[in-house]
Design a binder for this molecule. Structure first.
Ligand code: OGA
Ligand code: MN
Length: 295
């Protein structure tokens, strides 16, 4: 296996390894796992992806999430990001599926609004539009390391509130259904997630974050916006231009990502598997403050 860094201080392309190798071979998994801990975003090209292969690969990294209420394919291990309707035609730009694609175009990390956050997401391209539709990544580890010591220390002791309803409300009122709102009450996480393998801290933020514990609402929002703007400043991102057979996995503890737009009349179908974080992934260090623990 060759690890080819993308040249941005994070991210690497892996060559000479397939998803099936990782699913079936301990040594291949160990090597890919080490690259994942180090590089945060891993690109695999020319893969022969099926749902079964993607899931078998994903399971190596931990327990697969079951997709939440309100998702396409709910109750399965597959998040279906699709702009095709049941008749196979591309849905209109104002259709709920298109609006949900727009919500994915806000900088975020996956599942920070869940009781159990995500370690990694694995995304495979199944039908790609001709123009646009890239996925863009930034390193929240590098963003943390760009802060000065005082700012780092302040964040180490800060907690942010995350909610699914919040990020959806940025796109359209009512985009989160009442069933989703009920199933997903706000959760509060440490703003720095320290990787237990290499000790490096990363700012843990997302479009879902709406407030900072102990700060008034406006100051909390301002801090979140300021950190997000610095983390996603021009020149620091990796833009993945999808090709058939591409699979990209990312570390939700240490990156943010966003989808990029594409012409609404072109269809796009991506399949994502998501692996929950466990204590070994440092989830225990993302302790909620007493206000939540007391619930
Ligand atoms: C995701 C996501 C963006 C995209 O799969 O979690 O945010 O480009 N995707 O589809
Ligand atoms: Mn996402």
């Amino acid at each position: 296996m060759d690890v080819i860094p993308l040249g941005l201080g994070f991210g690497a392309e892996l060559r000479g390894v397939t998803l099936s190798d990782v699913a079936n071979d301990d040594a291949a998994y160990t090597a890919v796992r080490a690259a994942f801990e180090e590089h945060s975003v891993l690109v695999f090209r020319g893969q022969d992806v099926t749902d079964d292969i993607q899931l078998a690969f994903s399971r190596r990294f931990g327990p697969p999430e079951v997709t939440k209420v309100g998702s396409m394919g709910t109750g399965s291990h597959f998040v279906i990001l699709s702009t095709f309707g049941p008749d196979g035609k591309v849905v209109a730009a104002d259709h709920r599926q298109s609006m949900r694609a727009k919500a994915n175009q806000l900088w975020h990390t996956d599942s920070s609004f869940k009781r159990v956050p995500a370690l990694t997401s694995i995304l495979s391209a199944r039908i790609i539009p001709e123009h646009g539709g890239e996925t863009e990544f930034v390193s929240m580890r590098l963003a943390f390391e760009r802060l000065d010591k005082a700012q780092q220390q302040r964040l180490e002791n800060s907690f942010a509130w995350h909610s699914y309803a919040h990020s959806r409300s940025k796109v359209a009122a009512g985009l989160a259904t009442s069933a989703e709102v009920d199933a997903l009450p706000p959760v509060c996480w440490r703003m720095v997630w320290r990787n237990p393998v290499n000790g490096r801290g990363a700012i843990y933020l997302a479009s879902h974050a709406y407030g900072v514990e102990g700060m008034d609402a406006a100051d909390g929002t301002a801090l979140i916006e300021e950190l997000t703007a610095a983390a996603t400043a021009p020149g620091v991102s990796y833009l993945h231009q999808w090709k058939q057979g591409d699979v990209v996995m990312w570390d939700n503890r240490a990156t943010m990502h966003r989808g990029r737009p594409w012409p609404a009349h072109e269809g796009r179908l991506m399949i994502r598997t998501t692996i929950s974080a466990t204590e070994a992934d440092g989830v225990g260090t993302v302790a909620p403050p007493s206000s939540q623990a007391a619930e």
